[in-house]
Ligand binder design. Sequence first.
Ligand SMILES: [Zn+2]
Length: 173
Amino acid sequence: MRGVLSRLITWLSNRRANSATLGNSRTKGRVGSGMTNIHSGEKYTEEELRERLTPEQFQVTQHAGTERGFSGEYWDVWDDGSYHCVVCDEELFKSETKFDAQCGWPSFDRAIDPSKVSEIEDRTLGMRRVESVCGNCGAHLGHIFPDGPTETGDRFCMNSASLAFKPAAGTES
Ligand SMILES: [Zn+2]
């Protein structure tokens, strides 16, 4: 147990070092912008997002909510294609990197590009976790855990409500 804990702490420290600039500037922007207190407040108004997102999509992406496991649209989808941010349509994950984490949430071992998904330290719920947000609009996506089964070692545990799946060209029925 102690070994796992120290590995987690090391991993979190490395994460912080890697994403410190991005995370800090984003946090400052959110607090100091004088805009709304929603995750994508720098790019969109709350009214606009409430109108085009479902209540669950709004809660998850703008207030860092979490959908119930096994309740979302994509945890059991294995088609070829890509997963986009439901708020700004930025392409975030490829279906090839999706794996079955048996947790009821769509899970990936990496983003399409590291810049696509920003990482923020999250100390809520009495835990120290890494929150992931859309690198483009700041929408909350989910959390990243250091227990992935592939060579990346990462498990991007995402909410279906934050994502929009686009089938690969030619596979749409
Ligand atoms: Zn986005």
